[in-house]
Design a protein around this ligand. Structure first.
Ligand code: MGD
Ligand code: MGD
Ligand code: SF4
Ligand code: MO
Length: 741
């Protein structure tokens, strides 16, 4: 068995390897960084880390390229009043300029005229400090972050049904042992490649895989059954499956009685969705629907996992709710190897949504409107509870208010010029601001619009925690020194706080920030109080909730109980707790598996939510007859700000494209490789055609990683889910035509 490598003393023998994690997606693959001379590191495998077991995708493997000074920002930039250009400045000048800009807005327009926008890629420490900075230093309610565009619908549905939101309620490795997995709108073969191994193992173990995606993706190709619904119809599909389950008497009445509430209403909702009606809405043939219901019910255990496909819809919360209802009605939740989970996306997509950069939230996943939560956090922060502002606007609404109610913005960890829906409009709103400050590692398309740009340190140059898609808290560790002229996000917040009159409470040492985060989260739903950097070094991460002190075993499915009958398959430690010697109190082991004994609602029962199908905010019509859906490709990450600067990745995926079916292409007279325009009520994007039979005939697909003419978000619809405020990235109506002639 491998032991976790530590940063061994440099000197003789092999150079030191620092164990850490990839800077990109929520899988947070473990990797080692070995020094390779001054200012440079190489990636080495870390097979003992259980989630990726050494495997990395090309993005993780090439991540160190962006550390070199030639590819990133290495000094602050400020906009020169005379020339209008961004010019180099000292840190003092740049920070003074930001403090002055924010102060002036507050003086002239009030505290809520200053906005803050964060990111799910920020470490827990940064997300925590950013939320505190907004509430304590700026006194603004106007803070939100890009996670709103990512998993907010699943989060809202989780809360509603289970009383708690953690992406996966079990370790990812459980997936390979369930009997049947329905994977809804996830293309993990491209978005989390090392996780594909769990799907392969699932099938090797005799389990069945059903993939729901309007495209025959590389993930769908690995499935036993691929359902290809019209975009935006997953809600009807789930209701149709539930209808069949009920009609065939395959519900688990005992589970429904003992562990849930609200079945009668949810059942009535499903019974109103006749299979023939569902076939008409979704375009999925009835025999396929029956086959799926059969596979799901026949297996001894079963799971449903969703990703952005069904979630990034104006009805994403209800859609996820419908899949959860299916799990509850069949007793596939809160049991070993069964349950519903959401595949979180960004590197800290989970932790980033727990510690207070969300508009309505305080650290520990507490509610900003809850008086007890306000009191607890205000005490940790040393301020009066009444001084904390109330909830603010959601991400898209905040961006839309720029240049209107919101006059100045501090942005950290997002590139909305490329990634926001109806991006042309958002770009205009950013330009309409009185003052924009951006902290980034590169000059992103959004940073290029700023009045001040601050260059910050990257993953390998700083220490901090992230929480992966399993709710497993991990430590990223500093492996090399940053270039001269670059400082950390925590330094930025500390220096700005000081300039704005708050001298204490914003330390720059991540471990100190984490210590405060632990206290602020103590007793909250996402309780980190029992987790320390030391434990994270000794163990392969710790799953929250992990309260401080004795493990009483009566939590929401304590780890000991949760692991019963689901032993490790010998591939490595499952994050079982270490028991530091010389201490009396047994540390809480963390909670790899949730809900096995009870759900996190007050009475311990899960809630069915009555839902019914409704059309997308924009359906095809005569003028805009085709569906556009959007998503990702393997070699690029998000807005591409980082990965477009890495040669190997750029060579693999150099630009945008429009995927369309040969029949649609023929009808429109479009040939492979020809430039096509995709036009909606919001705008137009132009990119080469990629003709492929792996997509529905009524749908085209564009990846969203590029700015300029090929920007998919020039076209997308910002219609919002009423509960989660998630924009409808996955469905809008477009016209497709040859761009030439
Ligand atoms: N290579 C790469 N990996 C990434 C990222 C990246 O940018 N690049 N980003 C990370 C982040 S933040 C996230 S959120 C995850 C996202 O991970 P995924 O959710 O896997 O990625 P997407 O490509 O956005 O969407 C998944 C699939 O949804 C399908 N889809 C489109 N419309 C619908 C629909 O109406 N219903 C259904 N059922 N499916 C539909 C698309 O065809 C697509 O194949 O990936 C993470 N990993
Ligand atoms: N059409 C369409 N649009 C989408 C989606 C879709 O499926 N379709 N998906 C949505 C989803 S799920 C997401 S998550 C968003 C993501 O979209 P964005 O929010 O734009 O995400 P990134 O491109 O990761 O932007 C992160 C920025 O922060 C910088 N950065 C990285 N690490 C740090 C750090 O530690 N500190 C600071 N200060 N900066 C840092 C990066 O260089 C980059 O410029 O896009 C959304 N937009
Ligand atoms: S799958 Fe995600 S975490 Fe793993 S190497 Fe690739 S980008 Fe990094
Ligand atoms: Mo995301």
């Amino acid at each position: 068995m491998h032991s976790a490598p530590t940063a061994a003393a440099p000197g003789e023998g092999t150079p030191a390897v620092t164990p850490t994690h990839c800077p990109y997606c929520a899988l947070q693959c473990g990797m080692g960084l070995r020094a390779r001379g001054a200012g440079s590191v190489e990636v080495v495998e870390r097979p003992e880390f259980p989630v990726n077991r050494g495997a990395l995708c090309g993005k993780g493997r090439t991540a160190p390229e962006l550390l070199s000074p030639g590819r990133r920002l290495t000094g602050p930039l400020v906009r020169d009043a005379a020339s209008g250009a961004l010019v180099p400045a000292s840190w003092e000048q740049a920070l003074d300029r930001i403090a002055e800009g924010l102060r002036r807005t507050r003086r002239e327009h009030g505290a809520d005229a200053v906005g803050v926008f964060g990111g799910g890629g920020l470490t827990n420490e940064k997300a925590y400090a950013l939320g505190k900075f907004a509430r304590v230093v700026l006194g603004t309610s106007q803070i939100d972050y890009n996670g709103r565009f990512c998993m907010s619908s699943a989060a809202a549905a989780h809360q509603r049904a289970f009383g708690l939101d953690r992406g996966l309620p079990f370790p990812l490795a459980d997936v390979s042992r369930t009997g049947c997995l329905i994977l809804v709108g996830s293309n993990l073969a491209e978005t989390m490649p090392p996780a594909l191994r769990y799907l392969t193992e699932l099938r090797e173990n005799g389990g069945k895989l059903i993939v729901v995606d309007p495209r025959r993706t590389r993930t769908a190709q690995a499935a036993d059954l691929h359902l290809a619904p019209r975009p935006g119809t997953d809600l009807a599909l789930a209701l149709g499956l539930l209808h069949l389950v009920v009609a065939e008497g395959r519900t688990d009445e005992e589970f429904i009685r003992a562990r849930t509430r609200g079945w009668a209403e949810a059942r009535a909702g499903a019974m109103a969705h006749w299979p023939e009606y569902v076939e008409r809405i979704t375009g999925v043939p009835l025999p396929r629907l029956r086959e799926a219901a059969e596979l799901f019910c026949e297996a001894e255990s079963a799971m449903v996992l969703t990703a952005r496909g069904p979630e990034q819809q104006a009805k994403g919360t209800d859609t996820v709710g419908a899949w959860i209802n299916l799990c509850l009605a069949t007793g596939r939740a809160g049991r070993p190897l069964s349950g519903y989970g959401c595949l979180t996306g960004q590197g800290n997509g989970q932790g980033g949504r727990e510690h207070g950069q969300k508009a309505d939230q305080l650290p520990g996943y507490r509610k900003l409107t809850d008086p007890a939560a306000r009191e607890h956090v205000a005490r940790v922060w040393g301020v009066a509870p009444e001084s904390l502002p109330g909830p603010g606007r959601s991400a898209y609404e905040l961006l839309e208010a720029l240049g209107g109610d919101i006059r100045s913005l501090l942005l950290m960890g997002s590139n909305p010029v490329v990634s926001a829906p109806r991006a042309g409009h958002i770009e205009e709103r950013l330009r309409a601001l009185d003052f924009l400050a951006v902290a980034d590692v590169v000059l992103s398309e959004t940073a290029a619009l700023a009045d001040v740009v601050l260059p910050v340190t990257q993953w390998a140059e700083e220490t901090g925690t992230v929480t992966n898609l399993e709710g497993r808290v991990l430590l990223r560790r500093r492996a090399l020194d940053p270039p001269e002229g670059v400082r950390s996000d925590l330094y930025v917040l500390s220096a700005l706080a000081e300039r704005l009159g708050v001298e204490k409470g914003f330390p720059t040492d991540p471990e100190e920030v984490f210590g405060e985060l632990r206290r602020a989260s103590a007793g909250g739903p996402a309780d980190y109080s029992g987790i320390s950097y030391r434990r994270l070094i000794e163990e392969q991460g710790v799953h929250w909730p992990c309260p401080e002190g004795e493990d009483t075993g009566d939590g929401e499915g304590g780890a000991d109980r949760g692991d019963a009958g689901v032993g490790s398959d010998g591939t490595g430690s499952e994050g079982r707790p270490g028991r530091p010697s010389g201490r009396d109190a047994r540390p809480h082991p963390g909670t790899p598996r949730l809900f096995l004994d009870r759900f996190a609602t007050e009475d311990g029962r899960a809630r069915f939510v009555p839902v019914s199908h409704r059309p997308s905010a924009e359906e095809p019509d005569e003028e805009y007859p085709v569906f556009l859906t959007t998503g990702r490709v393997l070699a690029q990450y998000q807005s591409g700000a980082q990965t477009r600067r890495v040669d190997e990745l750029n060579a693999a995926a150099p630009g945008s494209f429009v995927q369309l079916h040969p029949r649609l292409a023929a009808r429109l007279g479009i040939a492979e490789g020809e430039e096509v325009a995709v036009v909606s009520r919001r705008g137009r994007a132009v990119a080469p055609a990629r003709v492929s039979a792996d997509i529905r005939q009524d749908t085209v697909f564009m990846p969203f990683h590029w700015p300029g003419a090929g920007r998919a978000n020039s076209v997308t619809n910002p219609a919002l889910d009423p509960t989660s405020r998630m924009p409808e990235f996955k469905v809008c109506a477009v016209r497709v035509e040859r761009a030439t002639g």
